[in-house]
Design a binder for this molecule. Structure first.
Ligand SMILES: NC(=O)c1ccc[n+]([C@@H]2O[C@H](COP(=O)([O-])OP(=O)(O)OC[C@H]3O[C@@H](n4cnc5c(N)ncnc54)[C@H](O)[C@@H]3O)[C@@H](O)[C@H]2O)c1
Length: 282
């Protein structure tokens, strides 16, 4: 496999494109917004510069990696000759289902279609296509160039051969695959998001301030980042969406987003990407 496409050039899409391009894959990066594509290429360049500064790669590697990436605003043009398409668009079922139908339409019967969704059912996404056996979850962690884990999610119809291909590909790009079944939030977010939500509830109730809550979890649990700092990093809108999908999927109000989280999202305080969240980012 050499030719892949990544749909969505946001936080995750640019990281996924970076890693595949760095490992010699030809990457078509697709977004409806040309500004998002420009920003993604700049971000990838900056992240490659950081790898050069750390002595991990040379200047030629940066040039080679960037040369492997082509940008598209047309999904059809970007996916049509691809062997693997990884969807990393906005966490919204309606948007993703429409994208899956389109990818299916423009790719051949052998193309594997993966989603980087944090919580939406892979089985449901697969049902929007004519090749559900080729649909699988590839849940990368943020920041993609740094984090080793890829949670691989088998939908009800995912073919064993497709899982084997994706597990082997994940290893090939220097990541560690962990295979799980399809359930709301899979494993990573099913455990992480209730912790983040609980930290927000504690803040909302005035039990302590954000820095102290984070400090307790860093010092007490040896977490490298506190839950509120991590929420800012992930994006508060992304956290809210995942909690709502789990609340709906499990029909259990224990996953209901804290009122403070909903309020902050409503005010456009989405964390690092907007410069304001539980902390401010000048
Ligand atoms: N942010 C995280 O830490 C994180 C971690 C793991 C997984 N994820 C998942 O990755 C996915 C992307 O999240 P993100 O944080 O990168 O979001 P983001 O908001 O940073 O980027 C999403 C991008 O998708 C684009 N997009 C929307 N509709 C599109 C369409 N129809 N066609 C093409 N592009 C479209 C948007 O223009 C935007 O550039 C989500 O499913 C999210 O749950 C996020």
């Amino acid at each position: 496999m050499k030719k892949i496409a990544v749909i969505g050039a946001g936080t995750m899409g640019n990281g996924i494109a970076h890693v595949f391009a760095q490992n010699g894959f030809e990457v078509n990066l697709i977004d409806t917004q040309s500004a998002a594509l420009d920003k993604a290429v700049l971000t990838i360049g900056k992240n490659l510069d950081r790898q050069i500064t750390k002595g991990l790669i040379h200047l030629e590697d940066k040039q080679k990696t960037l040369a492997q990436i082509s940008c598209f605003t047309s999904l059809k043009e970007g996916v049509q000759d691809r062997e693997l398409v990884i969807e990393a668009a906005t966490e919204n079922s309606k948007i993703k289902l429409a994208i899956f139908t389109e990818i299916d339409q423009y790719t051949n019967a052998h193309c594997i279609i993966a989603s980087n969704t944090s919580s939406i059912s892979i089985t449901q996404l697969a049902e929007a296509t004519q090749k559900p056996g080729n649909v699988i979850g590839m849940h990368f962690m943020n920041p993609v160039p740094v984090m080793k884990l890829v949670e691989i999610i088998n939908g009800k119809a995912t073919n064993t051969a497709v899982t084997e291909t994706i597990v082997s590909l994940t290893t090939q790009i220097g990541k560690i695959p962990c295979v799980v079944k399809d359930a709301p939030g899979f494993i990573a977010n099913r455990i992480l998001m209730p912790m983040i939500n609980e930290a927000i509830l504690a803040l909302e109730e005035g039990i302590s301030d954000a820095a102290t809550i984070d400090q307790i979890m860093k010092l007490g649990m040896a977490h490298p980042m506190g839950p509120l700092q991590l929420a800012d990093y992930i994006g508060l809108d992304v956290c809210k969406n995942i909690l709502e999908i789990m609340e709906d999927g499990f029909q259990n109000s224990k996953y209901k987003p804290a009122a403070l989280l909903s309020k902050m999202v409503g005010e456009g305080k989405l964390g690092i990407k907007t410069g304001a969240g539980f902390y401010s980012y000048p």
